[in-house]
Design a protein around this ligand. Structure first.
Ligand SMILES: [Zn+2]
Length: 137
């Protein structure tokens, strides 16, 4: 087992597909999150690590770091803390509206004359999120 697989979140196996030809079979595990894991052997349990979920998570982390470039100016008082809380509240509200994890949302903001202005929000949807959001349409 690779390190990556050890860190990856475990997902339920929904179905398994056997592909390839004799002597070169591969088992494509279809997971509850919408990803697939291809292995040479059938998974011993009905819950296996999803490397793609981990990679998506890492990509989100990367994107977040890249977009977090807004300059911050401290005012004369503690309003800075309040403003940061405002961002967190906005993120939480968006997360509950879409029914997605908090860390899937990045709110872009900037300080103008020590007032925080929200410029917009970026929402990263995983395959599972997309599935959930489009299911009823
Ligand atoms: Zn996954």
């Amino acid at each position: 087992m690779t390190t990556e697989r050890r860190q990856a979140p475990r997902r339920k196996v929904k179905s398994v597909e056997k592909t390839g030809s004799w002597g070169k079979f591969q088992y494509v595990h279809h997971l509850a999150c919408g990803h697939t894991e291809t292995r040479k052997r059938l998974a011993p349990s009905d819950e296996i690590a999803c490397v793609q979920c981990l990679r998506e998570e890492q990509k989100r982390e990367e994107m977040r770091t890249l977009t977090r470039i807004s300059p911050i100016f401290y005012g004369d008082d503690n309003s800075f803390i309040d403003e940061e809380l405002k961002i967190e509240r906005t993120r939480a509200s968006l997360a509950s509206k879409f029914g997605i994890p908090l860390d899937a949302i990045d709110v872009a903001s900037e300080y103008v004359l020590s007032k925080l202005i929200i410029r917009g929000a970026t929402i990263y949807l995983s395959a599972l999120d997309v599935d959930k959001l489009t299911k009823n349409n």
